[in-house]
Design a protein around this ligand. Structure first.
Ligand code: HEM
Length: 539
């Protein structure tokens, strides 16, 4: 193979330049001046006032005063690890992404797992979605696959995200709850926004309480696009599958774990890696040729829908091994900045309106969370690929740029945009040339209208005991909602999924059984004609 075993350590080696020197050496100030007393301020006499000229203590207090940065607006609590990814076979037939060209090419990665709702200090084993974000340090730049452990999402359009998160987060008057979903505003929003129903089924299932981060799936959620060297696109859904299998805690276990060890998941991940018991995940893809875009009974651009595996199988294409713990939580796990728009040649977007909004939001939020425009220079975020930009200055600039910084440029310095009109094949990113035509409209696509078929499909695919856990979870959560209108509206939505489920939940929370819902399924849940693409790489 082109790369060697050493490639997996390339990021590790690159970090060496940033590691603090031997901590056993003598204490210094930020300016490197040795200090012999860090216990006593400089005062006038034994009992007099402290002197402003005590630069060491002033620097010490000032730095401490500025130690905190804002936590992430969502996914604040997380745990990270380094590792590597390697494909099983070449994917050149579908993508020119450099890191997917040859079996065995090792690309260093950093992964951050997270909960969504709670603050940084909340417990691990709450009922919640889990983030599963991977940064691939490829030779053609960083590629971020910023996914979750569930294959669909609550909303279809990024315009709803602030509303959704305001409803999910603790209630404004008292900041309750701080780490779980059981409260009125969340259920109020969901009951009024039936597109959330499919995701709610997943969140009320055992998938929302993983046994371990090592036993959790990951999904890109949106339909993305692979692009080959001739510019031909293929729709793709990404899946991570843990080699240990998917395993959950039951509700009572999760309560105990959260009480006894709120750090249960991050400890488990850390300890396993420290013991050499490296977590491993298999990357799988569902591929759909562009001409089959409309062959499904749902819209491929709708992030509240998955592609049933009966219609398009998941092909395993590679594996990821997490084999190294970070050295410093803040420097690495807290300062890492993932972004859906961090793509590399060979991987592109679709017009999924949730993805399009995400492509704006991550950079925007990181500008404030990480203090200005130079956070890509932080050690964990630095690409292994060469970085040559005409960006200059700004808070926290760490690069000493010689020469000028503009193009076109005849006096020297300044980076030209392309060297010799490069194309995809030469590692240049070229946006997929999709033809789009239409008037500017502000309305949800009618093809996004069916909110219940896949929720019902999910329910029917569950074993009896799984259905029981889902029913109990709905009853527990809705039973805590004070506003009876919200409870009834939510039970009414469940009747569209399964009348038996709705009746059972209603009975358990003392609400009347909802009447039969009107026949409102816009699209039947049956199989379409599409069968995905034939997958040829020899696996
Ligand atoms: C984190 C926005 C939907 C997965 C974040 C952050 C923001 C955000 C602002 C904090 C990032 C930071 O401070 O570095 C949004 C918006 C969404 C959306 C606007 C919809 C319009 C989703 C979806 C997924 C997802 C659908 C999963 C497919 C994640 C993950 C993180 C995250 C995994 C944590 C990344 C990390 O570990 O640092 N999101 N998000 N988000 N989001 Fe989203």
């Amino acid at each position: 193979t082109r790369d060697t075993e050493d490639a997996k350590d390339a990021k590790d080696a690159a970090l060496d330049a940033f590691r603090a020197p031997d901590p056993d050496g003598p204490l210094t100030t930020d300016q490197g001046v040795r200090v012999d007393d860090t216990d006593n301020s400089l005062t006038v006499g034994d009992r007099g006032p402290t002197l402003l000229e005590d630069f060491h203590v002033r620097e010490k207090l000032t730095h401490f005063d500025h130690e905190r940065i804002p936590e992430r607006v969502v996914h604040a609590r997380g745990a990270g690890a380094y590792g590597y990814f390697e494909p099983y076979a070449s994917l050149a037939e579908f993508t020119c992404a450099d890191f997917l060209q040859e079996a065995g090419t090792r690309t260093p990665v950093f992964v951050r797992f997270s909960t969504v709702q709670g603050p940084r200090g909340s417990a691990d084993t709450v009922r919640d979605v889990r983030g599963f974000a991977t940064k691939f340090y490829t030779r053609h730049g960083n590629y971020d696959l910023v996914g979750n452990n569930m294959p669909v999402f609550f909303i279809q359009d990024a315009a709803k995200f602030p509303d959704f998160v305001h409803a999910v987060k603790p209630e404004p008057p008292n900041e309750i709850p701080t780490g779980a979903s059981a409260h009125d505003t969340f259920w109020d929003f969901c009951s009024l926004q039936p597109e959330s129903t499919h995701m709610l089924m997943w969140v009320m299932s055992d998938r929302a309480i993983p046994r371990s981060l090592r036993m959790m799936q990951g999904f890109g959620v949106h339909t993305f696009r692979l692009v080959d060297r001739d510019g031909r696109g293929t729709f793709v859904k990404f899946h991570w599958r843990p080699l240990l299998g998917v395993c959950s805690q039951v509700w009572d276990e999760a309560q105990l774990t959260a009480g006894r060890d709120p750090d249960f998941h991050r400890r488990d991940l850390w300890d396993a890696i420290a013991a050499g018991d490296f977590p491993e995940y298999e990357l799988g893809v569902q591929l759909v040729p562009e001409q089959d875009e409309f062959a499904f009974p749902f819209d491929l651009l709708d992030p509240t829908k998955l592609i049933p595996e009966e219609l398009v199988p998941v092909h395993p294409v590679g594996r990821m091994v997490l084999d190294r713990n970070p050295q410093n939580f803040f420097a690495e796990t807290e300062q890492v900045a993932f972004h859906t728009a961090n793509v590399v040649p060979g991987i592109d977007f679709t017009n999924d309106p949730l993805l399009q909004g995400r492509n704006f939001s991550y950079l925007d939020t990181q500008l404030i969370r990480l203090g200005g425009p130079n956070f890509a220079q932080l050690p964990v975020n630095r690409p292994l690929a060469d970085v040559r930009t005409n960006h200059r200055d700004g808070y926290g600039q760490q690069v000493v740029h010689p020469g000028t910084s503009y193009a076109p440029n005849s006096v020297g310095g300044g980076c030209p945009a392309t060297m010799g009109g490069g194309r995809l094949a030469e590692g240049v990113f070229e946006h997929h040339q999709e033809r789009v035509d239409g008037a500017a409209v502000r309305r949800r696509s009618p093809s996004f209208a069916d909110h219940y078929s896949q929720a019902a499909l999910f329910w029917r695919s569950m074993a009896g005991w799984e259905q029981q856990h889902i029913t109990e979870a709905f009853a527990f959560e809705l039973g805590k909602v004070g506003d009876r209108e919200v409870r009834r509206r939510m039970v009414g939505n469940l009747a569209h999924v399964d009348p038996g489920l709705a009746a059972d939940v209603a009975l358990r929370i003392g609400e009347p059984e909802p009447g039969a819902p009107p026949e409102d399924r816009a699209v039947a849940s049956g199989a379409g004609d599409a069968a995905g693409v034939a997958f040829s790489p020899a696996l």
